[in-house]
Design a binder for this molecule. Structure first.
Ligand code: NAD
Length: 296
């Protein structure tokens, strides 16, 4: 016996995303053969550089899987009324199946009012309270893309999640809370750790699964982890080193490798899954709308 630990599995988010996208593409092709074209509207307000990159990537991916995309760019000075008016038009347009409003919105715009104005049936981000409530009740609703992507990666890695203790670090509406709801639905015992938790590291050390969604570079190192746990790192943090910058997660990757049995890298882990699940949500929304209309 050497006592040496097996090398941890690096969870390949790019490969998993490619698989989801291939499945979506095949289904979209089938729909097109029936004369049905799924379409996604992407609304960008202002000229935030990161948001522009995210929107461009979403539109590129949509094209790759055969989903039509409509891009609406509004100036940062647009009013809430103008934005709500555009969303009302998209809600009423039967050729639009999914509506995504890129966040964050400029400070003068009430984000909640905007998210609530999207038709829940077209809410491919899963942020409308009807979908949030449905998720917490365990109903089959449109689910936020990042946590849905994390769940896929966990199921690919572990198979059945039943009975596992999952610790979600972070309680945002976009990632932490829906992640906890999805893990509960998958029969995990779930602990949510946040900025007011008394000993976040000690709670994490009890976990079979750690999902980190905090936004703090390298917060979680080996001392937070139980040997053999699976780590999903949602964090995307840009670190400037010397004259250049690089992306790191919320998990100190090199340190976590000494304890985890499997871990997502940053980049190349959760990020690619988010866009893939957005395409999947658009397909689901389109199918449900056409089924409700009796077209499918
Ligand atoms: P957020 O700022 O809305 O929430 C952060 C959460 O972390 C809060 O709930 C807070 O309570 C908790 N927190 C803060 N400090 C903590 C600490 N010391 N210990 C424990 N918990 C602490 O952030 P968010 O929108 O949920 O995003 C989190 C990270 O995930 C960011 O880095 C973001 O860029 C990234 N993100 C990635 C994707 C993706 O596609 N990969 C998608 C969304 C967000």
């Amino acid at each position: 016996m050497t006592g040496a630990q097996a090398l941890p599995q690096v969870i390949d988010g790019k490969a998993a995303a490619a698989q989801v996208l291939a499945e979506v593409r095949e289904q979209v092709l089938g729909l097109k053969e029936q004369g049905l074209q799924p379409a996604l509207a992407v609304v960008l307000v202002g000229s935030d550089a990161a948001s522009q990159v995210y929107v461009r990537n979403k539109i590129l991916r949509a094209g790759e899987v055969g989903i039509a995309s409509l891009e609406y760019a509004l100036p940062a000075t647009c009013t809430l009324a103008e934005l709500l008016d555009l969303i009302a038009q998209l809600n009423a347009d039967s050729t639009v199946n999914g509506i995504l409003v890129q966040l964050p919105l400029p400070a003068h715009i009430d984000e909640n009012a905007v998210l609530q104005s999207v038709d829940p049936a077209k809410d491919v981000d899963g942020f409308h309270s009807e979908n949030v409530g449905g998720l917490s009740q365990g109903r089959n609703v449109l689910t936020p893309c990042t946590p849905a992507g994390c769940l896929r990666l966990l199921k690919n890695t572990l198979g059945d999640l039943r009975g596992k203790h999952a610790v979600v670090v972070g309680r945002s509406n976009i990632v932490g809370k829906p992640m906890a709801a999805l893990l509960l639905q998958a029969d995990c015992s779930v602990t949510v750790v946040h900025s007011r938790s008394l000993d976040a590291a000690a709670l994490c050390r009890q976990a079979d699964i750690v999902v980190a969604a905090v936004g703090r570079p390298n917060l979680i190192d080996a001392s937070w982890l139980k040997t053999g746990c699976v780590v999903i790192d949602v964090g995307i943090n840009r670190l400037s080193v010397g004259g250049s910058s690089r992306l790191v997660g919320d998990v100190d990757y090199a340190s976590a490798l000494t304890k985890a049995s499997a871990i997502t890298p940053v980049p190349g882990g959760v990020g690619p899954m988010t866009i893939a699940l957005l395409m999947n949500n658009t397909l689901i929304a389109a199918r449900q709308q056409w089924a409700a209309q009796g077209t499918l």
